[in-house]
Design a protein around this ligand. Structure first.
Ligand code: GLC
Length: 755
């Protein structure tokens, strides 16, 4: 056989083997539009509507939707995308059918919720935000994208950038907390990590910024509930992280479930056309949330599938996740003149553009390489980094008398580790529902390093005797549990109480009406706490919780959040001082639920209350208005002191840069990291402004006894706000600038902005 023929035969074999698309040629940004237009011209209406249809896979993350035989639907061109498919081989089969057994061979795009890791699980996003370390956030997303792309996913439904002040909301754990500035920095870092520098590379994913918009302000902290707010609040509190993610190049957005001022987000022209595609000139593709097109009917804002299809497409939404609304209603919407062919074409072009940009037309199996999959998933250094990230996200709330860290040669000899989360093997404990890459049924809890599993050997190596007493396992605590806790405490010199929430009680559709430690766990503390033994309370939580008795009586409290795979090792590193805790709260912890919503960047009101009981002021008869722990708060084993705060001058013109600096000294005995935070207050604007607004932060490492000067620079943009003339501008007048290690304990200076 001559060489030429052999080469031809090999090429044909390769084509048959991997069903390479007929479009196989190097995709470059400049020719994507050309190729999209050429392909669109060949497509029938049914094929176009098929591209706008996304069908769920083997995991349901929403209301169950009928799933006909997927391969039949793919063959008939009715599906453009699939989501939540965990089976690698099935994805290869489905992709091969799409590119080899359909008329035009358009590849599928596979979407997945990669929320805090894929096969290696990291701390929940709220915990990552508590690290205030954007390098950590970005690297977590980079690793998650490496794993997910190696397992055949092309598109992740992340970052979730919903700002929220609602601790009752189950999804507060998915975001970056209550502040739009911190939320914006986190959003950018996530998009960078997810998308890398080249969407067509086989180790990057398309990002999906969600939930656009306002979901975090659902009334009562209830999922899917009504959202009503002024445009001023929308512009200042909700939209900045979305804009930051769009500016960072995010390829897609996702509609929110909620109505915003009466209009469901999926059909909200103001959000989609006016702001996202108009003002921001963002060109990407918008996917619905799970059946959110269809839910416009349930909201009562659409009459049927035809009406819902027309309203959602007209508003600027493109792809229908898990609802089939477009499949049932879009063709009739066209025939009845409710939408135009051009509008359908525009949505299809955005979907095709994404697939070309991902390189799926060049090589539909680029993300389905078994060899790369085997080499990539669960690499040991991913887990090593998970341990570092978890330790750096933990927040030390109390440490009276320097009880922590536990060191060798201390006065304590016997340590009792107690509580429901001392050594839990519960489904997704120390994690969250949003770990779908691990599947749901075949979940293997042995992959999580449990607290006792790591703490016991670590403490024994330091000479301690350690007992483990699990109580209240996944149930209400009973007298039997409490007596077990009392006995363990009596036998010990020091107690580590591991309390908190179940992993599966964190996330979507997991909202609560009480912020107390669930299942009456706080009684463990109030009972053992009266036995005059020092107690370290470790909370595994996904939201702010209320534990006022503990705050008054327990000497050491550590918020560990849901730390992921390396829970035990990270906790041992922090409790033994191997890692000096540096986390800061990205969300306010209230004293009680009655104070909610309670957040740091509030307005002053005309009658601010200085202390509880002060009459004729904005407060309560039965509670202070101050939180248990404020936004930005977190302790260290070091002691950081702030001094010598300086402004370069007292007055600045509009276009000048304001420079403010401060000296931070570590007067402690160990090196540590401090998050130095910068806030402003516009004292006399055209409208009332928050008493504080975060405008900068820097996480720095300072050696024992050393000092560092930290300098921040502010511009007119930093001082601007959305005013009552619907303009984003700064007002001349008096300002305060604050710097500190949290939003309450700050140094302040005044300056004036002049025309
Ligand atoms: C869910 C969530 C959304 C997720 C989607 C796919 O209902 O609201 O955040 O990406 O469905 O699982």
């Amino acid at each position: 056989m001559t060489n030429k023929i052999a080469q031809f035969v090999a090429l044909v074999a390769l084509f048959i083997q991997c069903g390479t698309s007929v479009y196989a040629q190097k995709t470059s940004a400049k020719n994507i539009d050309t190729r999209v237009a050429a392909l669109l011209a060949k497509m029938t209406l049914e094929e176009k509507i098929g591209q706008l249809n996304q069908v769920p896979g083997d995991i349901s993350t929403g209301t169950d939707v009928a799933k006909d035989d997927l391969l039949t639907q793919i063959r008939s061109g009715k599906i453009g995308s699939l989501l939540s498919h965990t089976n690698f081989q099935n994805k290869i089969t489905m992709q091969r059918v799409a590119v080899s057994e359909t008329r035009l061979g358009i590849p599928l795009i596979f979407g997945f919720d990669v929320i805090h890791g894929y096969k290696t699980i990291f701390p929940i996003p709220l915990a990552q935000a508590a690290s205030w370390d954007m390098g950590i956030v970005e690297k977590i997303e980079r690793i998650a994208a490496e794993e997910a792309s190696a397992d055949g996913q092309n598109w992740t439904f992340a970052p979730m950038v919903d700002v929220s002040r609602e601790p009752r909301w189950g999804r507060v754990m998915e975001g970056a907390g209550e502040d739009p500035f911190l939320g914006s920095r986190v959003a950018e870092a996530r998009v960078r990590g997810i998308q890398g520098n080249d969407l067509a590379a086989n180790n990057t994913l398309a990002a999906c910024v969600k939930h656009y918009a306002g979901y975090g302000f659902s009334e009562g902290g209830r999922d899917y509930n009504t959202v009503d707010m002024s445009e001023q609040r929308l512009r200042e509190m909700v939209l900045p992280p979305f804009k930051a993610a769009a500016d960072a190049g995010a390829a897609t957005f996702m509609n929110a479930f909620n109505t915003l001022n009466g209009v469901p987000a999926s059909m909200n022209k103001f959000l989609l056309e006016n702001i996202l595609r108009g003002e921001w000139m963002w060109k990407g593709m918008v996917v619905s949330d799970w059946n959110s097109f269809g839910e416009t009917i349930v909201h009562g804002a659409a009459a049927d599938d035809v009406d819902a299809s027309a309203k959602c497409l007209n508003a600027g939404s493109d792809m229908d996740m898990a609802g089939g609304t477009f499949q049932r209603g879009l063709k009739r919407a066209l025939e009845s003149g409710r939408v135009t062919q051009a509008q359908i074409d525009e949505a299809v072009k955005r979907v095709l553009h994404l697939k070309f940009a991902l390189g799926l037309f060049d090589d539909p199996f680029r993300y389905l390489d078994p060899k790369r999959r085997n080499e990539t998933l669960e690499k040991p250094d991913y887990r090593t980094f998970a341990r570092e990230a978890a330790a750096k996200s933990m927040v030390l709330l109390k440490n009276d008398g320097g009880l922590l860290p536990l060191t060798e040669g201390s006065r304590f000899k016997k340590i009792a580790i107690i509580g429901p989360y001392a050594d839990s093997k519960g489904n997704k404990d120390y994690m969250s529902f949003w770990t779908l890459g691990l599947g749901m049924r075949e979940y293997d809890s042995t992959k999580v390093v449990r607290p006792a599993q790591a703490l016991k050997p670590a403490l024994e190596a330091m000479g301690y005797q350690v007992t483990i007493t699990e109580i209240c396992i996944d149930a209400m605590c009973t007298e039997k549990d409490y007596s077990a806790a009392i006995n363990a405490t009596r036998e010990a010199d020091l107690v580590i109480a591991c309390l908190g929430e179940r992993g599966l009680d964190c996330g979507e559709s997991r909202c609560v009406s009480s912020l107390n430690l669930p299942r009456d766990q706080e009684r463990i503390l109030s009972i053992t706490g009266r036995l005059n033994k020092p107690i370290v309370a470790v909370l595994f939580n996904s939201r702010p919780l209320v534990f006022d008795w503990a705050t008054q009586n327990i000497p050491a409290i550590l918020v560990a959040w849901q730390p992921g795979f390396e829970t035990g090792n990270a906790l041992a590193d922090v409790l033994t001082g191997k890692v000096n805790p540096s986390g800061k709260l990205p969300v306010t912890f209230p004293k009680n639920l009655g104070q909610v919503p309670l957040y740091y960047n509030h307005l002053n009101t005309g009658r601010p209350q200085q202390q509880q009981g002060q009459m004729w002021t904005s407060g309560y008869l039965d509670s202070p208005v101050t939180p248990a722990y404020p936004f930005g708060f977190g302790l260290s084993y070091s002691q950081f002191n702030y001094s010598n705060m300086k402004l370069t001058k007292p007055q600045y013109k509009m276009n000048e840069t304001i420079e403010v600096s401060i000296t931070v000294t570590n007067s402690g005995k160990v090196a540590g990291e401090e998050v130095v935070q910068l806030y402003i207050r516009d004292i006399s604007a055209d409208i009332a402004r928050p008493v504080k607004e975060l405008k900068g932060f820097e996480k720095i490492n300072i050696g024992a006894g050393e000092s560092r000067v930290v300098t921040f620079r502010l511009t007119e943009k930093d001082l601007s706000y959305w005013n009552n003339e619907a303009k984003f501008k700064a007002d001349p007048g008096k300002f305060k600038v604050f710097i500190g290690g949290n939003s309450r304990d700050v140094n302040e200076l005044d300056f004036e902005l002049i025309k």
